[in-house]
Design a protein around this ligand. Structure first.
Ligand code: SAH
Length: 276
């Protein structure tokens, strides 16, 4: 995903210069890797492509990116801006504070990001990260990870002109009930959660099967050496070597934690366990 077509009417010199600057540093990581056929791909539309790969370039996700086990492409909104100054935003209709990302600019960027991707949203979801969206949950991560790839639109300022979201039937997902300055951190969080579920990215698939939310419960507590720390012992059953007892303890601890901390998850868990 290196070569994006120039927007019609663009001055070639300016386009070249801007696109080089916009993606100078992450380029090597994002475009260097071997092309693994059918690798899961994230396409990110953002004013700040230099924010990527960000934390996704570290550790397991970073090594998997280098190995080509997943792909990352950024589409710099600025490249699709209007006029000589590549303007991407304007004042909100109806007045008020702040700026709104223009529908025509975002539309051109989303069109470029859609090239070569399936139109079926089940195969390739197109998502706007937004505090107004449905809360992003582990089941969404599983759905997105099972698709061929995903396009993520990062907002800035007051957000995006509503009409482009309607026209392109963009799905909205929220990271939680708080307001970030931009969608980039949210996009990285979503991609990271998906990558844990993309085969081959995490070393040990067993660890995702046991994690929080995998079975609707929060995860049990973890311990490691030293056996006694500041007078606190590791629960003796975990040192007993009795695998069945360990499994029972972990299940009970997960249930107790979920019940105490997340009554909403606990209710849903009970309903699934004892339907009717
Ligand atoms: N005026 C908007 C907030 C804009 S914040 C409102 O009140 O709803 C700027 C951008 O940050 C948004 O366009 C969105 O892309 C991103 N963002 C902010 N909070 C977010 C959240 N909780 N989850 C996902 N994205 C978020």
């Amino acid at each position: 995903m290196t070569d994006r077509p120039a927007t019609p009417g663009e001055a070639p010199r300016s386009h070249g210069r801007l696109s080089i600057r916009a993606s100078a540093s992450p380029r090597s990581l994002m475009d260097g890797p071997p092309q693994v056929k059918g690798a899961w791909e994230a396409r990110v539309v953002t004013l700040f492509p230099e924010a990527f790969p960000g934390t996704l370039g570290l550790s397991l996700t970073g090594r998997a990116l280098e190995a080509g086990l997943w792909r990352l492409a950024t589409f710099a909104l600025r490249d699709f801006g209007e006029g000589r100054h590549r303007k991407v935003d304007d004042r909100p209709a109806g007045g008020g504070a702040g700026l709104v990302l223009r529908a025509d600019v975002v539309d051109r960027a989303l069109a470029a990001a859609a090239e070569g991707a399936p139109e079926d949203p089940a195969r390739w979801p197109v998502i706007y990260l937004s505090p107004r969206g449905r809360p992003f949950r582990q089941e969404d991560a599983a759905r997105l990870a099972a698709a061929e790839g995903v396009t993520l639109l990062c907002g800035r300022f007051e957000g995006v002109d509503e009409r482009v979201l309607e026209a392109r039937a963009v799905e909205e997902l929220s990271l939680g009930d708080f307001v970030l300055s931009g969608g980039e951190i949210a996009a990285q969080a979503v991609i990271d959660a998906c990558l844990r579920l993309v085969p081959g990215v995490l070393g040990n698939p067993q660890s995702t099967a046991e994690e929080s939310f995998a079975d609707g419960l929060l995860e049990f507590p973890h311990y490691t050496r030293p056996a006694v720390w500041q007078g606190r012992e590791i629960p003796p059953v975990l040192m007993s070597g009795d695998h069945a007892a360990v499994a029972r303890w972990r299940r009970e601890a997960a249930e107790a934690l979920t019940r105490a901390r997340r009554p909403d998850l606990w209710e849903a868990y009970l309903r699934r366990r004892d339907p009717g």
